[in-house]
Design a protein around this ligand. Structure first.
Ligand code: AHR
Length: 509
């Protein structure tokens, strides 16, 4: 990347240069038994908008509008102490259990059968995690049998007795969660985890060789073990898994310019993980390619009161936890993180925004009341709706920025997708500057002579700390960017400071 004049950036879009397909699974999310994500989030039988199964119809509708593809379930830290059998069978016979991860009580009114039903209604692909914290291979295989075998065995017949004739055919399975973290119930060192994961993977593949299995990578780039963990775990599991997980959260610690470098930091993390995967591949001299499941990512203001878990004798059911309120700046960061994931579509094959409802979430609910969209809803929904076809490799020239402890990073973060069949190219562009507008000059002649502007929208606000509430979730929305002009093979735009922009072009051949 070279450096043009201050406050101006250039990109060249040419469909001859591609990164890989736009993967629907990039637009996944996450539902954990945590706080109010499940109870009073997706499930609230007493709510006036609850359907016959107790699911909130307003949340289902927003989930579909968000354009979520895959949904990871049931955790997160929760899964490492979870007995899936507690959550199946007649609701009145299910035990309430202590959830040690979040110091709460889980009434187990939602379990795998409810989640599978909800997934069908939401139009999402379920992605299941097994407990490799307090449990192991046997329970993972039992759950797989319960979910995916059509019938004729103890667990599959139990599922049928519980109302689901056909198996759920769940393809993606996470082998535990964040097992490198000392906070994790059943925390293990890399070799201990690698061996358990390999054993569970081998047995699960005996049930179904076509599963797509995700080994736990490091829970954050800042973990002391990051890198060595991947090396040891993949040395044990390389031929048995398809993906290694990546988790990364970003916090606004008061320096807006540094907060806006989140996409750059995610980019470095992805590059590092690729090096660690490919090191093991090279040592093993194998043709098999393991890729990345970025199955937890978002802004999470983890230091704020919202993230304080209950303590002592207080074990509430569905307490308000991690109910972060997101600013416009946070939404710009989320838009940039999606741009970054798309730019790595050759190696990031799946991703999950953590989480979906109430808990660090784009969708919020009031118990018994309204459901509403946070700021981060908008860039996610628009990217999911319009990114299609192929991700293009852009030539980018951008000025550089400095922010806090982060190394210098480009002011412009951009990606373009091209759907030849639909005749549409879309540019997603983020101005990471906290202070200055950026002029964008895009060479689009490579798209041909018949290019037309369909629409250009920008999400920005004079006050980048504005956030939506239940009473006002609509006064700041993505709005038309009137500066965008297309003249011959040249597209120009002004990207305000702290902004996310989407430009859609019709391309006729
Ligand atoms: O998403 C919230 C928590 O963050 C998850 O339970 C855990 O996996 C991660 O640390």
């Amino acid at each position: 990347m070279s450096t043009p004049a201050a406050n101006s950036a250039k990109i060249t879009i040419d469909p001859a240069f591609t990164v890989g397909p736009v993967r629907r699974r990039t637009f996944g999310a996450f539902v954990e038994h945590l706080g109010r994500c499940v109870y009073t989030g997706i499930f609230e039988p007493e709510h006036p908008m609850a359907d016959a199964d107790g699911f909130r119809a307003d949340v289902l509708e927003l989930t579909r509008e968000l354009g979520v593809s895959t949904v990871r379930y049931p955790g997160g830290n929760f899964v490492s102490g979870y007995r899936w059998e507690d959550g199946v069978g007649p609701a009145e016979e299910r035990p309430a259990r202590l959830d040690l991860a979040w110091h709460s009580t889980d009434p187990n009114l939602v379990g795998v059968d409810e989640f599978a039903k909800w997934s069908v209604k939401a139009g999402v692909e379920p992605m299941m995690a097994v407990n490799l914290g307090t449990r192991g291979t046997q329970e993972a295989v039992d759950l797989l049998e319960y979910c995916n075998i059509d019938g004729g065995t103890a667990f599959s017949d139990r599922r049928r007795a519980n109302g689901a004739e056909q198996g759920y055919g769940i393809r993606m399975w996470c082998l535990g969660n964040e097992m490198d973290g000392p906070w994790q119930i059943g925390h293990k060192n890399a070799l201990e985890y690698g061996r358990v994961a390999a054993d569970a993977a081998r047995a699960m593949r005996m049930v179904d060789p076509d599963l797509e299995l995700v080994a736990c990578g490091s829970s954050a780039p800042g973990m002391d073990t990051f890198g060595e963990w991947e090396r040891v775990v993949l040395t044990e599991t390389y031929e048995l898994v398809d993906l290694v997980s990546a988790h990364q959260y970003f916090e606004d610690l008061g320096d807006l310019q540094e907060h806006l470098s989140a996409g750059h930091r995610m980019d470095s993390f992805i590059r590092d993980i690729i090096s660690h995967i490919d090191h093991v591949k090279s040592v093993k001299k194998t043709a098999k390619q393991v890729n990345i499941s970025f199955d937890e990512w978002n802004v999470w203001h983890a230091g704020r009161d919202e993230s304080k878990v209950p303590s002592g004798k207080d074990w509430p059911v569905a307490p308000a936890l991690l109910e972060d309120r997101y600013s416009v700046a946070d939404a710009v960061v989320v838009g940039d993180l999606l741009v970054t994931l798309l730019r790595h579509t050759d190696r990031v094959h799946s991703a999950s925004l953590a989480q979906l409802v109430n808990v660090i979430a784009p969708i919020m609910t009031e118990p018994g009341g309204r459901a509403w969209k946070q700021t981060i809803f908008h860039p996610f929904a628009l990217t999911s709706r319009y990114a299609a076809g192929t991700v293009l490799q852009l030539a980018v020239e951008s000025p550089w920025l400095s922010g806090g402890k982060t190394e210098d990073f480009a002011a412009l973060s951009a990606v373009a997708t091209f759907d030849a069949e639909a005749g549409e190219a879309v540019v997603f562009a983020v101005n990471r500057s906290a202070a200055e507008a950026l002029s964008l000059d895009a060479a689009v002649a490579g798209l041909g002579n018949n290019v037309r502007l369909i629409e250009a929208v920008t999400f920005a606000n004079k006050d980048p700390y504005w956030h939506a509430t239940a009473d006002d979730s609509t006064s700041v929305l993505p709005a038309e960017n009137v500066s965008v002009k297309l003249d011959g093979g040249r597209l120009t735009a002004v990207l305000p400071a702290v902004s996310w922009t989407m430009i859609r072009l019709a391309v006729e051949s």
